[in-house]
Ligand binder design. Structure first.
Ligand code: NAD
Ligand code: DAU
Length: 336
């Protein structure tokens, strides 16, 4: 099985590549990644010499680079590549349009030309917009994205679905809630707050901190995405959630307790513009149709995540300082 993963040097992508190489002995994995600020080859040092793993540096916006990387053909494409941070999308929206929409469209064309039998678009619950205190998003909820990030992801979803409806392409879409776990770039809430706490730096809580996210351990998401790729019905969307809704302040206090630091580190700052109040997913479709459910509860997942950040201080210190970028110059310099 020839598997083409894009964005495999990022947080979820790198966990997914390791998952495939560990769990799927028949998988030959190509990881195609542009190595933006979020892409880090150090995330994959444990598999870089694996005989069934190949890394290719390139952008999903670059058709020629895609055609070259896909020359030998492939069976399935998993598209993780994206600009993924909401706050950045408020400052550099064009980048999000380019990568998340044009990049996805370019990748889809190249994949079909290369004979890929299936295209898995890794999307997000943020496409649905914001909920009040009650209610949940199902796969048929209308999309109403709030930020340039989520609007670009929503546009990509519609584009990919149109290839199914009008052109008969075999596509599936996953919409997951907030992931957390090892190798997450410390700009997102949980790794930023864990690493700041370990450095005795303030934890900047936006607004009143009462926004709600549904936390999903990354390993559970990797398993779900692979099942959707394997068994999901063509042209369908699958929500993937952790059944772990928590207010940001609850998450913040829990992680401070786990790290052993005082709540005085909490610093209330100006709210994120357009900040979605609450996300919550109905995941009965993937549970009933594909037999997937999350295995890792929030308390267990947070404990494991804090432990990982405690044991990988060098990793996140280098990421925060930007020094990780020297690694691929040193390690891959001549070959990239
Ligand atoms: P990330 O920011 O950690 O990683 C993104 C990866 O994509 C990086 O390795 C980067 O180098 C690569 N990339 C960016 N632009 C590229 C391009 N033009 N060509 C090739 N590679 C490129 O992101 P993440 O948090 O791992 O998210 C992965 C995917 O999952 C994204 O599509 C995101 O929208 C989606 N998602 C993320 C979450 C979450 O909580 N993190 C939840 C739901 C969905
Ligand atoms: O829901 C899925 C989405 O989850 C993914 O599609 C995105 O790629 C991913 O980045 C994430 O988006 P969020 O905006 O929910 O995640 P973030 O970690 O940036 O923020 C989580 C919550 O914490 C949100 O309510 C904003 C708040 N926050 C975040 C940061 C970085 C703070 O209060 N302070 C912060 O410093």
């Amino acid at each position: 099985m020839r598997i083409f993963v894009t964005g495999g040097c990022g947080f979820i992508g790198s966990n997914f590549v390791r998952f495939l190489l560990r769990e799927r002995p028949d998988a030959e994995v190509t990881n195609f990644d542009a190595l933006t600020y979020a892409g880090n080859l150090e995330n994959l040092t444990t598999v870089e010499e694996h005989p069934k793993y190949r890394f290719v540096r390139g952008s999903i916006c670059d058709r020629a680079a895609l055609d070259a990387a896909l020359k030998g053909g492939c069976d399935i494409v998993y598209n993780f590549a994206a600009e993924s941070h909401v706050d950045r999308s408020l400052h550099e929206p064009q980048k999000f349009l380019d990568t998340n929409v044009t990049g996805t469209a370019t990748l889809l064309e190249a994949s079909l030309k290369a004979g890929a039998k299936r295209f898995v678009q890794v999307s997000t619950d943020e496409v649905y917009g914001s909920l009040g205190k009650d209610g949940v998003f199902t796969e048929t909820t209308s999309i109403k994205p709030s930020s340039p990030y989520s609007a670009a992801k929503a546009a990509a979803d519609l584009w990919v679905l149109s290839y199914h409806r009008s052109l008969g392409a075999d596509v599936v879409i996953t919409r997951s809630s907030n992931n957390y776990g090892p190798f997450q770039f410390p700009e997102k809430l949980i790794p930023l707050f864990i690493s700041n706490a370990l450095e005795d730096k303030p934890l900047p809580v936006y607004g009143d901190g009462m926004q709600v996210r549904d936390w999903l351990y990354v390993e559970d998401n990797c398993r779900a995405i692979e099942i959707v790729g394997k068994k999901g019905r063509s042209g369908e969307v699958y929500n993937i959630g952790g059944k772990s809704e928590r207010e940001n302040l609850v998450v913040t206090r829990a992680l401070l307790r786990e790290v052993g630091k005082p709540e005085t580190l909490i610093k209330y700052v100006a709210d994120r513009p357009g900040h979605d109040r609450r996300y919550a997913l109905d995941i009965s479709k993937i549970e009933k149709e594909l037999g997937w459910s999350p295995n890792v509860g929030f308390e267990e997942g947070l404990k494991a995540t804090v432990k990982w950040y405690l044991e990988h201080r060098e990793w996140w210190t280098r990421v925060k300082s930007g020094a990780y970028r020297e690694y691929y110059a040193r390690q891959y310099g001549g070959r990239l």
